[in-house]
Design a protein around this ligand. Structure first.
Ligand code: SER
Length: 882
């Protein structure tokens, strides 16, 4: 059913939205990266309002009271998590774009409602009679009344029977367990056919997960902050936060019944269909698989472009799971056993051309990362059967695969349970699913315990308007404590303080936090950590000053600060030099600046040659010697910074003005970190390692100043010592080379002699072998040149006899070693294996053992226990034979 004759293209939908709100005084702020760098409680941007949380909470001043954005969001973890729905239905996504308008302490309900109505009905021309709105019905627990004000305003636009009250669950928007929140009004639309509309009134279907009576826009009236205790307190100002689902709106405006039939998804789906050689609507299974792949590709590509590639931790792990979900659907339902998802990147890039330049710029890199991930996971899937066999067999109990084995496959090898079930079924086996769930639960509890951190609410001591950072100019500051709270985590109970002004640099931009102390009266309290959270600089200490109201002095550890500044400036010089030496494709992928070292990760496909490393070092050192002054400019408008050619404009979250740090024309970057006044202060720059940390990403670690100096000093004194040991040869490298070669020759000769010795012992042992009724037994202490000889000798017997039991022991370097061999036939006969024997006798040599059913070894600290251990083995053997 089409309610529109003219289908509005998705590009135009975005443009009209921004145009509408800029005409009404809104500043169009570009989207921020979807991967959150400075909010540990939220891995990804999950709503358009995230970047504005600090302003809403009143931690940052309101500079721009009206803002409109188009913000990609991800809802794949935490409070807002849609992952399992994605692909199965036709209107949930991992990544979706949210169209939003904001008022910060400016207009409120009246304008927000009026403009939403105007935009939908006059610009987008939605039929008015198909629109329904919901309002907040009130909540007794939070002591909140029904939002009659919103209902009255809506009544100016649509009849009362289409204004529906809903409880807190639906109409009170909260970002997370705590934080800014408020009642909301949702706009729903009915896109069913006339016949369906006659049969069931839409009002009965609102908020019932009907695919064609759906929410498109949420207007939140932000006015509370939910505290950690659950209590609601008023925000300093009232704000408007709206979010409209771009893909759903496109579905409506293009007269479709599924988001996946809009021009946002059809090119991707067409490409998938072409690659896999199947029709989208061939069956429900193919349709779901193609939807999953098209959706997930978008999430993963945006995330990689924003600096987060799939990995084994945190946000990277979430991405890896999403990509693997897509690969699995391709593998199981589309028969794709080779990488192909990466081929969709070019289609996506074409679609978002000009809207998200970050993707265009990094297309080749995104493709490469996805392709490598695909190949690696497909490999796991293909070898899955084998893996399952190996791990499963030892723990197979009457055709049931141990739940813990299934969990290990899932957890360590990324092998999803449903695939294990499938493979098991093909082999006529089943899986202990309850055991799997239990192991999963246990792991969840473990990680919750590790991660759980509890904060008290803030105790306010003063209403200092904007606590601020003075650390660019000062390292000691007299100040006061503005607010404090307790924090309890795995380290125990600590306290967190916000100061009226602080010289402490909070961790950020790759640079670690300043160290130092807070001096209060006679007390000196060490500062354990400094973090920035929602615009506040938070100092963690293990005790509070006795008198919280008295002035304090905040003192940064100047030596550490200076070392960190050296390394931060050196990082900028390194980045500029790498671009000069390797090319402009060198894009920063991560960095770490500490007083001890600097680490810089960047996109580059191959290992750097020794010459390249030398020339990078030499250019950086030359720039250091040139003693260039640091030019630091605050509050530079973004456009002006761009015009200066400043680095760091893409993929970073910046306000309308930025801080620019420059060293002549050599390096100009947007940066919040601390730097040297003149490059000469750095003294010396030395690269200590260059490695790969992932597909197409290299990592350089380097040191500067005194740390580099001691490194060079140690190296040259080590060289002098080596030269002395080798009687000061003319050519040191050649002399060491000769020594290494000689050693290799000697080792070869030694191995020949040792082999002869082992053969002799083996021949002597042959006479000690006893035989009773076809069962061969050898229990002996021997002298052998190395521990591997025990294994070699024992294993010889496995090939020779069907029923054989061998225990060999030896003393080497004051340690006892024992090896036990028990052939398969005897294992069955005794109901014991080699490992049982080792466990039984290892304690007599003060040792532990391990191994397989047919062969096990132990090592212990008590060689004098060998005779007893052998006796015990012999006694147990006789008992079993009896
Ligand atoms: N914060 C609201 C939401 O995410 C409106 O933008 O739905």
């Amino acid at each position: 059913m089409t309610i529109f004759v003219y289908e509005m293209k998705s590009r135009l939908i975005r443009e009209k939205f921004i145009q509408f709100f800029t005409e009404r005084g809104h500043y169009h702020q570009p989207a921020v990266p979807i991967v959150n760098k400075d909010d540990p409680s939220l891995l990804f941007v999950n709503a358009g309002m995230n970047p504005f949380k600090d302003i809403i909470l009143g931690n940052q001043p309101i500079v721009t009271p009206r803002v409109a954005t188009v913000q990609p969001c991800l809802r794949v973890s935490g409070k807002h998590n849609d992952l399992e729905e994605v692909g199965v239905d036709t209107y949930h996504h991992t990544l979706f774009e949210m169209l939003g308008n904001w008022s910060f302490g400016n207009y409120f309900k009246q304008e927000a409602i009026k403009w939403s109505w105007e935009l939908l009905t006059e610009v987008y021309k939605l039929p008015k009679d198909r629109i329904y709105v919901t309002i907040f019905a009130g909540d007794s627990q939070d002591n909140l009344q029904m939002d009659r004000e919103a209902a009255q305003i809506w009544a100016q636009y649509l009849p009362e029977e289409r204004i529906l009250p809903f409880p807190k669950k639906d109409n009170f928007w909260e970002m997370g367990a705590h934080g800014p929140c408020g009642p909301c009004a949702e706009i729903h639309i009915d896109i069913r056919s006339e016949a369906e509309r006659k049969a069931v009134p839409a009002a009965d279907l609102v908020n019932k997960d009907h695919p064609h009576v759906i929410e498109i826009w949420n207007l939140v009236f932000m006015q509370y902050n939910r505290q950690a205790s659950g209590k609601l307190v008023d925000l300093p100002n009232k704000h408007i936060d709206t979010g409209m689902g771009f893909e759903r709106l496109a579905m409506v405006l293009q007269g479709k019944q599924s988001n996946y039939d809009t021009d946002i998804f059809t090119p991707l789906i067409a490409k998938i269909a072409q690659i896999v050689g199947k029709q989208y609507n061939q069956s429900e299974t193919t349709a779901v698989a193609m939807r999953v792949i098209a959706d997930h590709l978008r999430a993963v590509a945006f995330s990689i472009a924003d600096g987060q590639a799939p990995s084994n931790t945190k946000a990277g792990y979430v991405m890896r799971r999403i990509l693997r979900r897509a690969i699995r659907y391709g593998y199981s339902h589309l028969g794709m056993h080779r990488p192909f998802i990466y081929q969709l990147v070019s289609v996506l890039v074409e679609q978002v051309e000009g809207v998200y330049p970050n993707l265009t710029m990094q297309q080749a890199y995104i493709e490469q990362v996805i392709q490598v991930e695909e190949a690696a996971f497909l490999n796991t899937l293909a070898t899955g059967l084998q893996l399952l066999n190996q791990l499963g067999q030892s723990k197979l109990n009457q055709g049931v695969i141990d739940g813990r084995v299934a969990f290990e496959l899932y957890d360590t090898h990324g092998f999803p349970l449903d695939l294990t079930l499938l493979i098991a079924k093909e082999q006529g086996l089943s899986v202990d699913e309850a055991g799997f769930q239990q192991a999963l639960q246990e792991q969840k509890l473990r990680s919750q315990k590790d991660a759980s951190t509890a904060y008290s609410d803030w105790h306010m001591l003063s209403t200092e308007p904007q606590p601020h950072f003075v650390g660019y100019d000062q390292c000691r500051t007299k100040t006061t404590i503005v607010q404090w709270r307790t924090v309890t985590d795995k380290h125990g109970l600590n306290y967190q303080l916000v100061l009226a002004k602080t010289p402490f640099y909070p961790e950020g931009g790759g640079q670690v936090a300043d160290a130092g102390s807070i001096v209060a009266g006679g007390e000196t309290i060490a500062v354990l950590d400094v973090q920035k959270e929602h615009g506040l600089i938070i100092h963690t200490v293990h005790q509070l000053p006795a008198d919280l109201a008295q002035p304090v002095e905040a003192c940064v550890d100047v030596t550490k600060r200076t070392l960190a500044a050296n390394n931060h400036t050196a990082t900028h010089l390194l980045q500029a030099t790498l671009k000069q030496v390797l090319g402009p494709h060198v894009i920063q992928k991560g960095s770490l600046v500490t007083p001890a070292l600097l680490r810089f990760d960047f996109a580059h496909p191959t290992k750097l040659s020794a010459e390249q490393i030398q020339s990078v070092e030499s250019i950086v050192n030359e720039t250091i010697r040139a003693n260039i002054a640091c030019l630091e400019q605050h509050n530079v408008p973004l456009e002006a910074a761009k015009a200066m050619g400043a680095e760091g404009l893409f993929g970073e979250k910046y306000g309308a003005t930025v801080r620019v740090v420059g060293f002549d024309q050599f390096s100009i970057e947007l940066c919040g970190g601390t730097h040297v006044p003149f490059t000469g202060q750095i003294g010396l720059f030395k690269i200590v390692s260059e490695t790969s940390i992932g597909t197409g990403i290299r990592r350089i670690e380097a040191i500067t100043a005194t740390v580099a100096e001691s490194f060079v000093t140690t190296q040259s004194s080590d060289m002098a010592a080596i030269a002395t040991l080798l009687a000061k040869p003319k050519n040191l490298v050649k002399a060491v080379e000769t020594l290494v070669n000689e050693k290799k020759q000697l080792q070869k000769q030694l191995a020949i002699y040792q082999e002869k010795e082992i053969q002799q012992v083996a021949t002597q042992l042959q006479c000690k072998l006893e035989e009773v009724d076809g069962v061969y037994c050898l229990i002996q202490a021997v002298q052998v040149p190395h521990v591997d000889a025990l294994r070699q000798m024992a294993l010889q017997y496995k090939l020779k006899y069907e029923q054989v039991f061998v225990v060999l022991a030896t003393q080497l370097d004051n340690k006892a070693h024992i090896a036990v061999l028990l052939s398969d036939v005897l294992q069955k006969r005794f109901g014991k294996n080699a490992y049982d024997f080792i466990k039984w006798i290892a304690p007599y040599i003060d040792g532990n053992g391990g191994g397989q059913p047919f062969f096990a070894t132990a090592r212990g600290d008590k060689p004098e226990g060998i005779p007893v251990a052998l006796q015990k083995a012999s006694a147990l053997f006789s008992k079993l034979m009896a």
